[in-house]
Each structure stands twice: as C-alpha cells, then as structure tokens.
Design a protein around this ligand. Sequence first.
Ligand code: SF4
Length: 730
Amino acid sequence: MFERLVPVRTEGQLSSRLGRRAGGFHLGQVPADRVPDMITRSVCGYCSVGCGLDVHLQGGRAIGITPSPTHPVNQGSACPKGWELLAPMEAHDRAGTPMRRSPAGRLEPVSWPEALRAFVSGVREVQAAYGPDSVAFLSTGQIPSEEIALLGLLARSGLGIRHGDGNTRQCMASTVVAYKECFGFDAPPYTYADLELGDVIVFWGANPAIAHPILWERALRNPNHPEIVVVDPRRTETAMVATHHLQLRPKTDLALAYAVGHVLIRDRLVDRRFVEAHTSGFESYAAHVKRFPPSVVAADCDLAESEIEALAHVIGTGRAVSIWWTMGVNQSHQGVRTAQALIALALLTGNIGEPGTGANSITGQCNAMGSRLFANTTCLFGGRDFENPEHRAAVAGALSIDEAVLPREPSWSYDRIMEGIASGAIRGLWVIATNTAHSWINQSDARELLGRLEFLAVQDLYHDTETARFAHLLLPAAGWGEKEGTFINSERRLGLIKAVRRPPGQALADFWIFKAIASAAGCAALVAPWESPEAAFRLLQRLTAGMPCDITGVDGWEHIDTGAAQWPYPDGADRPSPGEVERRLFSDGRFHTPDGRARFVVDDPTPPPERLSSSYPLVLLTGRGSSAQWHTGTRTSRAPALRLLAPEGGVVEIHPDDAAVRGIATGDPVEVRSARGSMAATALVSPTVRRGEVFVPMHAASTNQLTFPVFDPHSRQPGYKHCAVDVRRR
Ligand code: SF4
C-alpha cells in the first residue's frame, strides 16, 4: 500500500484562518464608520464553490463582508477572494460611461442612446455586408442565470446571431460531454457533504487547496480520517497535504485510469450487483482495459507498478469513495474520455448515489452551472435538445414566443468562432464579461484575430482589459454586488446575489443592457416577459419543468437565500422535504439515459500533440497559482490585499536539475519560450515539478503567449496544460 505523506499547512488554509480571526473580532473594536446597521446575505461572485457571504451595510451602503456562518456551503469560512469582493468594485478605474472609438481611433465617451444605436448599427452593418452569421458573441459563467438566459434569447432569436459561446468552454466543457454520454444528462451527482462522509477521497488533476479552498477545508474536516489521494504531475499544495500522491507524467491520466480499472476487475474488486443492475457497456469496458495492465502502463505514466496497484486497491476497498477532478482532466486533448474513465471507476465500484461517493467534477466559475443549463448555445434552455419537437414546444410555451424563432442547432464552439474570425466568416463580435485577449489559448493569434474585427463591442466592468483595448464600442457594466440574480454552484445549489451598492456612473446591470439593446434593435416584444431578474427567474423555473434539473418547486428568491435549494427541486410529489439541505443524484440507481443505465465509454489514449524538441525540451504545465487571484486578474488585481498575497508578474517553477544545467537560481529573471511566443518570469527552483517540466500560473498576462492550441475533439475544450517550452536566463 501507499506510504503516508507528512501534512503541511497550505496557503488556502492559512488565509482562510487568518480571515476568520479577522472576521471574529468584536464590533466594539471596529471604528464607528465600519459598524453595520444591517447585514444581508449574498453568494460569492468568483468561483463555483458558491460560498454564502454576509454583506455588512451602513445606511444602505456595503461596508464589509464576512463569511456566512450558517450557509450550508462554507459554514463561516471564505478564501481571500471572498473576503475582498468589494475592493475591485470600488476601484477608481471602473467603467462608468459608454465609449465609442472615433474615426481617428480614439475612444470617446458617448451617451447610452448613442451607444445603443452604435451597437445595433455595428451588428446590422456587418450582418448586411457579410450575412447574418457574420456576428458572434462570447460570454461568461460570471453573470447570473437570468442574464445568461436573456442574452441567449436576445442574441439568437432577436438579433439573428447564430453563433455564441462562453468562457465556460475553457473550463468544463469536457465534463459536460462526459456526463451527458455516461449519465444521459449533464448532472454532477454529488453534494459537498460527500467530502465529509467518505473514507477515500481522490483528487485527480485538481488542486482544491488553492483552487477551491473551502472544499478543501471540508475534506480536512472529514471525521473518518480519509485516505486523500492526489493524482497530479505537480506536487501541488493539495498533494503536499494528501496522504498519497501519484506524480504521474503529464497527460497519461487516461492510461492510468484504465490500468486502475484493469486491476479492479482482475482482483475482483468490482461491485457486480451495481454494475449488472445499473450500467451498460461493462463487457466492452472490461475487454478494453484488459490491454492496460500496470506492468505496461507504469512506464508510460512514469509511476511504479506498485503505485497503480495501490491506487486501485484504495478505490476498490474503500467503504465510500469519491473521485473529484477539475482542469487537470478537462483541459486536455482527451478531456472527455479521461473524465469518462474516472466515471467508470465510480461505476465499477458502485461509488455513486451514496453518501461520501461520486464521480465529481468541480467546475470553475460562480455560475458555470447556470451557463450549462441556460446559455441557449450548446443546448436549448433547461438542458433541452434543439431538435426535439417536444422540447422546442415546451420552451416556446414557457417563454410565450413562436417556436420558429428558436435556434435549431447548437452554436459554434469558442474555437470555431475564433477560426471563423481567421477565415473571415466572423467579422463582428460581442464580448460580455470575459477577456479573450488574455485567456484564450495561443494568445498572440487571439489578439491578432481581435484586431481584424470590423466591429467589436466589449461589455465589462473596466475599460482597460486586454480585450477592451481592441474594442470599437465599450459598454460599462455593473458587477457583483450591484445587481440581482441567481447562480448555481458545482453541487447544483442555487444562490442569490443582491444589489448592495450603486454601480459607478452610468454603468448598468447586464440584464438592463440586454433589455435596452432589445428595445434599440426593435425586438422588445421578444423579451417583454423578462420584466426584471426576479420575473426572469420564474421563466427559468418554467423552462426546467419536467427536466432532470427541474426547479419548479423552489419558492422564489427567499427560498434560494436560505441556501437550501439544490436541483432537482420539482414541484409536486418529488419535492424535497422542508429540512433537506443536501441532495445527491442517482441514489435509486436510475440514470437519465433511455434505458436508465449509466454507460461505460472508452477510447485509446493518444500522446499530446506537441512533441518536445531540442529547442523546446521542457513540458509547460499551467494552473491556478494562488487562492488570492482569479483567472485573468481583471478584478483581483485591483484588490490591494489580494495583490499582497499574490504579487503580480510571472513566476516559473523549475526543477533543481533543469535549473542547474541552465545556471538558474531562485529569483533570477528568466524567459520562458515556446514556438509561439515568450514571457518574462522570475525563476522559482523547486522540486514541486518533475525533472523536464515547468509550471507557470495562468494569471500572468503573457502565460497564453506560450500555450499550444489543441482541443478535445468531443468537447472542443482547449488543452492548456501541455506544450513544449524552454527556459533561459534573461
Ligand atoms: Fe468561496 Fe470560491 Fe468565493 Fe473563495 S472564491 S470565497 S472558495 S466561492
């Protein structure tokens, strides 16, 4: 069996505890201008954990935030980002006025009516010149479901924009496809309490100590002293604290998961009763994994055979085993199949539907799950099918619109939209609350493509994002704390955000910007029933009726505010009992496939497309570098406390042997180069990475100068986590 590793404290834990101490002071110690006269609850606007936050108000103005002690998700803790949510909103450089680029190339302030006219004429002129499909939109998992859905309706049915996608494509598209194919619906089966109930927790390609710190705290709170296994090429903060770490060669996860399946079957550790009663495709799966014995796979993964055998036995003999993954699995050239190989391990061992179990994808953004159900881009509203006549009729009825205006097919994916710009098929783009010029894979190409657009409208909180610099029109948006709406977190729990401060200047909630655009474009009638975010939520409820994600039984926003509503929450006989605050799926062994059985899906592993060379002999890994930064840092870099916790500038972790042959020491200025570009960084010589591999956090503005544009063929999710680079002293 495994040798146990020695635990150390992580940054996420530390900052959370520091925060709790700071939040635990007596109000008598607080200056009078910081004493609240009212506290209201909201949920965090960064990550998908969905922590409940108490917003302290004085005279109706937000003056501070503390984690909600009674919220079922975080139970009184928050990571640094949650504590500091107000600071970026109060930044002096918030966008407060619409801006239009003049013929001389300067951005100049304009009124909202002028901006709306410019938006509509910009879209219409491009469509008239190049066809209706020549304008696309790129959106986000950072805005509430009501806004995401209104955008999906307005753009695709009102403005005739056929193609649109979200930055959610970058984080969890592979899991969406994996769940749909295996479970018959995009249905993460777990509730966070499962972290506290099992005796084996496997984090596969996930670093929750940094990326999802509150979930990590909940795992550490598990009274069963669980085995915590981390599968990751890097010795992450989570791996340091885990009981076991399999430090495999990057992108060999699929073969490793098949080898684990091989051992489970060989050593009769399969739950035959569950497999026979509730799954299909086991015989094909068994024949497939027979080709992946540890003796063959160990060398590919650069692991000892005994490590693979031990992993299989921990999973196969655990009382209640949960397997959790994030971007280390999803952001891969084989992300879908890797996620499905992990789902297969849960099915093989019957670890699904019971407390402490599950094949569990943790998603990224605060409302990625809302985007998955309501974006109207990859599926029709409510997780429905664009081509299914019954689904189309249900959506048309729920929205009181003519079914003919609904799109008949999914949009192009993000990468196809970018290819469309390259080919000239897309000439106009509307970007909402995302930062393509920073976050898209192979950034130099992305920036060159944005520069080619004949019309680019950017709707965001700040006018100086890397993407906004290319814009012809800038629309100032309100952000978290300045508007209302609902999020859905990773465990399918609904959360309510509230307006607790005024947006700056003339900035408007995205909801009202969409409504204003609809009026300016002559399609106000289409969105008339969307009278307010709360009215929109009632429409969303109707859109889910009869679907696995049914929320028709949710008693309005007050109910959501309690934190006690997880989908499914149908009206009628299946409505949860009043005290039920944790819901997991598939406890009856019935899945959403036509035959009610979960499916095994397999494929052959393939190597990552970019090979190493004498010019680029190192593998670049990317990932979240700090619990104090969020993605491109558009907001978090404006919070002074977060900047102190995670100073700006690129850092590259390099193994001592690779550093020695290059004459590099910690603190040296270095250049990281790939065939596509380079970034300046500071060296951190560390055995946290394997020899021949380096790690760069995703937050640095130039990280994606390096990344190689490869996409999972089934999900079209970019594979950010493997490309060939070299590092040299500057
Ligand atoms: Fe919680 Fe995530 Fe917000 Fe941190 S960023 S407070 S973990 S929801």
